[in-house]
Design a protein around this ligand. Structure first.
Ligand SMILES: [Fe+2]
Length: 124
């Protein structure tokens, strides 16, 4: 039996359209707001149709040396062609951090499963 963690797929977002792309500064100041944007298909477009779509992103922050990650954002994309309308899989969060660590993002495609990416961030 595989654990959920073993089911998370990854890759280079420049060649793999399912990998969530984390847009965030490499360095931020402690306690100051900054934006984290998560998107998908920046280099290779992912379909957004009734049959095939990105359903959600979850975003976590793992502070250096901490035992557990913290959930910092959760984005659902519920519209996939209803009335010819679509929710594009892009999420934006405003975040304040007190410590350096790693941002982790997970995306879910209804056909191709779970995908992850991560980005280190330094808090000065
Ligand atoms: Fe897909």
């Amino acid at each position: 039996m595989k654990s959920l963690g073993q089911l998370l797929q990854s890759g280079d977002w420049k060649g793999e359209k399912h990998v969530p792309v984390i847009h965030a500064p490499e360095k931020v100041s402690a306690g100051e707001s900054f934006e984290i944007k998560v998107s998908i298909g920046d280099a290779v477009a992912h379909p957004n149709s009734f049959e095939h779509y990105i359903a959600w992103f979850k975003v976590f922050f793992h502070p250096e040396g901490a035992k557990f990650p913290i959930e910092i954002a959760n984005f659902d994309f519920p519209t996939h062609g209803e009335g010819d309308n679509y929710t594009e899989p892009v999420g934006l969060a405003s975040v304040k951090l007190s410590k350096s660590g790693t941002i982790h993002a997970i995306s879910y495609c209804n056909i191709h499963g779970l995908w992850e990416n991560s980005k280190e961030i330094t808090v000065e």
